[in-house]
Design a protein around this ligand. Structure first.
Ligand code: GAP
Length: 439
């Protein structure tokens, strides 16, 4: 199996595959599309759920010190005034004086990407929050905002979570959900969109311990991507310069991925200090503090925040997994996704549509389905079906053939090596669990 060198058309190929096989569709396509919004198709929704589940498993399920939350998307202006978003969550907007296109000043290096002009209006601050109205009556009291980050729900519920879980610092609150930003220049497929999903965790620590927890979480988050198959030469850490920090941050290190246009942010790990809890305490009049019984003191914890994008991470996993190699003299496309991320883990393929084979296949499916997301495909030649499964990253194909009727065995084919092995149907689940490192 020979590997092709790095492909200059990788982005186009992945976008094309995503559309052709049902990972990601342009939103409202039958109406000509709606710029920068995307719908996740039958395969994409599986994969996106798997990315989020892998995060939840690492951040909540496998830990004693982190609990989950699912807060509202709509919020009143008071939250966003206190968080600083109303005032400072802006990008510098310029208009090209020649072609009138609007750009984010800090992304274009003084040259209009549309017409090449270097003449622009003065930059003005453009707030990225989507403003809407809650209820039927317009007016100040009805204004609401779609959250631009999931984080604030974790700060405003700080006391609720403390009271109901009896956690104490260091402890974290984790949340996965949609966020919305009116990006001036959404671009690069699902990398930067106006509607996207975040996976964020606010880790509350005694202030003196914040620097070491910051380093801990940078390393944890880097390792999470490596553990799910991103090669280390495609990942790096980037520490923000002081002058570039967000309004709440005392220090941020990004985990960056080698996207086709260069290294770019996958996730930010910030030390938010006591900024948010203090702001919300002051604005609401409700103290958001921790009472330390050991020292008999109240204090405001510092927050370390690993903030990832689920949709952006899915794109990185797709890009890293996309390969073209040669099998039996033919080029094949294969997504070498970690089995936990693949839309289907197993495809059950009866060699023909004969009812006796379909009967056995259905039994195999019934045995595997509680444990793995399975596809079932009876159309086309077996070779074509293997290629179709390789292209969507299915790690294992299980073929039921006429010998299966006699020997009660099936063929298990490995996506990456294409090696095939005969396995007793009774041993199949155990075999797949072993191969996926589950026992
Ligand atoms: N609470 C902190 C926060 O929101 P951020 O760096 O602005 O920090 C965190 O966002 C992550 O959310 C980013 O690293 C990225 O993965 C994702 N993200 C942010 N804006 C996005 C957008 N417009 N489209 C897709 N993903 C986005």
């Amino acid at each position: 199996m020979e590997e092709a060198p790095e492909d200059p058309n990788l982005l186009d190929k992945v976008i094309n595959l995503a559309k052709r096989r049902g990972f990601v569709f342009a939103s409202a396509e039958i109406y000509g599309g709606f710029r920068s919004t995307y719908d996740y198709g039958p395969l994409g929704v599986n994969m996106l759920r798997n990315v989020k589940q892998a995060w939840w498993t690492a951040m909540v399920q496998n830990r004693n010190d982190i609990v989950g939350l699912d807060a509202a998307i709509l919020g009143p202006p008071a939250v966003w005034a206190a968080s600083g978003h109303l005032e400072t969550f802006t990008d510098p907007l310029v208009d090209c004086l020649q072609c009138k296109e609007r750009w984010r000043e800090d992304k274009i290096n003084g040259v209009c990407p549309n017409c090449g002009s270097t003449s622009f209006t003065e930059a003005r601050a453009f707030n990225l929050m989507f403003k809407t109205q809650a209820g039927p009556v317009e007016g100040e009291g009805a204004t609401a905002y779609l959250r631009p980050e999931t984080a604030q729900g974790m700060f405003t519920n700080f006391n609720n979570v403390l009271a109901t879980t009896r956690k104490k610092p260091p402890f974290g609150i984790a949340q996965i959900g949609k966020s919305f930003r009116n990006e001036i220049t959404p671009q690069n497929f699902v990398f930067r969109t106006r509607e996207f999903e975040q996976m964020e965790m606010e880790y509350f620590v005694p202030p003196a311990d914040a620097p070491q927890w910051h380093q801990y979480w940078i390393q944890q988050r880097y390792d999470w991507y490596i553990g799910l198959g991103i090669p280390s030469d495609k990942l790096r850490l980037y520490e923000h310069k002081k002058e570039d920090l967000s309004h709440y941050s005392k220090g941020t290190t990004d985990v960056e991925f080698a996207f086709p246009w260069g290294f770019d942010e996958l996730e930010g790990v910030a030390n938010r200090g006591d900024y948010d809890l203090t702001q919300h305490s002051n604005a609401s009049g409700v103290k958001l503090e921790f009472f330390d019984q050991a020292t008999n003191e109240h204090y405001t914890p510092y927050v370390i925040e690993p903030a990832a994008g689920a949709t952006r991470a899915m794109m990185a996993f797709l890009l890293a997994a996309y390969h073209e190699d040669e099998v039996e003299g033919e080029v094949r496309t294969v997504l070498r996704l970690d089995w936990r991320l693949a839309p289907f883990q197993v495809a059950v393929l009866p060699l023909s549509k004969k009812p006796e084979l379909e009967g056995v296949s259905e039994g195999v499916l019934a045995a595997l389905r509680p444990h793995f997301m399975c596809d079932y495909d009876v159309t086309q030649s077996i070779g074509r079906r293997y290629r179709r499964q390789d292209e969507i990253g299915t790690p294992f194909c299980v073929t039921v053939d006429f010998d299966s009727l006699d020997d009660q065995s099936v063929t298990v084919r490995d996506r990456d090596t294409t090696a095939q092995a005969r396995v007793k149907i009774d041993d199949l689940l155990a075999e797949l669990r072993t191969r996926t490192g589950q026992r």
